[in-house]
Write a protein that binds this ligand. Structure first.
Ligand code: ADP
Ligand code: MG
Length: 384
């Protein structure tokens, strides 16, 4: 809905002509007597007004890995992959989780997988027959290594995957912009195979000590393999637990792993719902907090950008000038922006996302989103 239109029709929102007449834009960037320490969080709020610039050579071969299982690698591959497709990039997602594949389920494509890479390598089918086009975005294709619960043929390893990536580059349709590899859990042969063709990595972790320990080990192995461009996504973040000091903050995670931050994804029951429906979260209408966070991560991946974990101080509610446009909530939001950033933490992530929701709902004049979703998301954002 809202962000979808914005992402697919960037030209409809020409920043130079549109933004100066946008009251929210004015409230966000109007110079004040008290200058903001840094403007980067605010600038990125307005990112939907342009198309992201693809950094680096294509295809960008990105492995999504973690070490520990169940932290959200497949969820990240599906959602970041479809966000990239929506941004107009061609994407091939390879499910390298041999035997326990589930990317096809998350994408709702399980009935369309007729051939896998094993059959391609055996000469039983062509590569394009094994590529499954997404139902919604034709520039997103899925490639599975093998049938569920099957074992790989002896000798299938990193070299086979490198051959596959080369074959994808040489396709008649043209080389894809992104090849995402959904890595299996663990650090054994499957992991080594999955990382071999990659030149960059997205490390998914949750803020708990077991996942972090595995993530640290995996970082070392990736570096040994020559993958230096490693960014992390911190998934399943619960700000109520961070506030109660029952969960590590994103800053703690960053300090422990020393990696650039690609995104912070909140714990969201919508993720589980969308997994079960085979309908990736980023396609949800209206958008959810976790969906927007995945979209932002995709945006940063394109531009090889990273984010900072920052904290926002909240000020008491004020009424007055902004009451015509969302009342006290907007006023409070503006106060948050004024104070941004002060102390590093996860807080601004939600405010950041909230700003984007508010901004996109406003430019689209979407009353449904505004009335029903805004208050829900706002409550989450300020309850940190
Ligand atoms: P992995 O591929 O690392 O094994 P998955 O992506 O399959 O992990 O996710 C494992 C489970 O965690 C799934 O049931 C998924 O729905 C759930 N999950 C992942 N991310 C989130 C989140 N941000 N909020 C809630 N549930 C999540
Ligand atoms: Mg998985």
């Amino acid at each position: 809905m809202t962000s979808l239109r914005l992402l697919t029709e960037p030209s409809s929102l020409c920043s130079s002509t549109f933004l100066p007449f946008n009251p929210l834009y004015k409230t966000l960037i109007k110079p004040t007597t008290k200058p903001y320490p840094k403007l980067s969080p605010i600038r990125s709020v307005l990112q939907y007004n342009r198309k992201p610039e693809l950094a680096g050579d294509t295809p960008r071969v990105v492995v999504i890995t973690s070490g520990k299982g169940g932290v959200g690698k497949t969820t990240t591959t599906a959602n970041v992959g479809l966000s990239l497709a929506r941004l107009g990039f061609s994407v091939v997602a390879i499910d390298a989780d041999v035997g326990l594949r589930n990317l096809d389920l998350l994408l709702g494509l399980e009935n369309r997988v007729n051939y896998t890479v094993v059959e391609v390598l055996n000469g039983d089918c062509r590569l394009d027959q094994a590529l499954v086009r997404d139902k919604r975005w034709s520039n997103f294709e899925l490639l599975c290594i093998s049938k569920p619960r099957s074992k790989l043929p002896l000798g299938f390893g990193g070299k086979a995957l490198v051959w596959l990536v080369d074959a994808l580059k040489d396709r008649q349709e043209g080389c894809p912009d992104f090849i995402l590899i959904d890595c299996p859990a663990g650090i054994d042969a499957g992991f080594i195979t999955a990382i071999t063709p990659a030149n960059e990595a997205v490390l998914v972790t949750t803020p708990d000590i077991t996942a972090l320990r595995d993530a640290d080990r995996v970082t070392g192995l990736l570096e040994c393999d020559g993958i230096r461009d490693i960014k992390m996504i911190v998934n399943r973040v619960r700000t109520d637990l961070i506030r109660g000091e029952d969960m590590m903050s994103v800053l703690d995670v960053q300090e422990m792993l020393g990696l650039a931050l690609l995104g912070v994804i909140p714990e969201d029951s919508e993720v589980i719902r969308s997994t079960n429906r085979g309908f990736p979260l980023v396609l949800n209408k209206p958008p959810t907090l976790a969906g927007l966070a995945f979209e932002q991560a995709a945006w940063r991946l394109v531009e090889q950008d990273s984010m900072k974990a920052v904290m926002v101080e909240e000020e008491p509610k004020k009424r007055g000038f902004f009451s015509f446009f969302g009342g006290a909530a907007i006023c409070q939001l503006k106060c948050c922006v004024h104070k941004m950033p002060t102390t590093p933490d996860v807080r601004s992530t939600n405010v950041h996302i909230l700003l984007e929701c508010l901004y996109s709902s406003w430019v689209n004049g979407d009353p449904y989103f505004y009335q029903h979703q805004f208050s829900r998301i706002w409550k989450q954002a300020i309850s940190i």
